[in-house]
Ligand binder design. Sequence first.
Ligand code: HEC
Length: 195
Amino acid sequence: MIKTTFLWRILLAGFALVGYVGCSSGTKEAGGEACVDPKVVADYVHAIIEADRTLYASLVVERMKYHGKDLVSEDWAQKDKLPLPAQMLQFAGLEVERKGTGLKYRLASLWPVDKTNGPANDIERTGLQAVADDPKTVHTSTIKRPTGPHFKAIYADKAVSETCVTCHNKHSLSPRNNYKLNDVMGGIIIQFPLK
Ligand code: HEC
């Protein structure tokens, strides 16, 4: 028993050392070492995406609606209106991807209105299911890409207002029409290279 504990300690110390050595050298100001857990980086990115979406929904869409102006439409381009918050998020994700840093994000679901927003592979399917089962979960994985390892994190996307529920439940292309307030409707998938 004692031997096993000892072995575990050596193993853990080994992992810690690998983690330490694996960190890239940081700025002088940061004491020479800079190493941020990829999950923390994903949390930062997620916070920005969430803030942008919430503010667009409250400061633009809902505020204008309150003043009697229903300015948003799914067919915003044809109808000369503004895009939905979900569409703005997807457009911003594409714009970020075009910057070429390797960072990507998108809104996805196991029950997508737009089929291209479904899971792209088994990892995404498992992750979207995990966040649907428990919205507090952040499903993380490291995946191999031709350019090197990438970190993927999936966060729950919940029906925070009745408008989410109503629009998706009555949408002709929605494969699910029994959403309730606070249900998980999908997830935000964030991915970036680890080096
Ligand atoms: C007025 C209708 C409408 C409202 C309100 C709305 N959505 Fe959507 N939502 C859509 C449409 C349309 C899409 C597909 C957009 C696209 O083409 O990518 C979508 C996409 C999504 C997706 C990606 C998967 C899919 O279904 O294609 C998620 C997740 C989602 N919405 C969650 C929400 C949440 C959460 C809210 C409330 C905060 C919300 N939606 C409010 C219409 C709406």
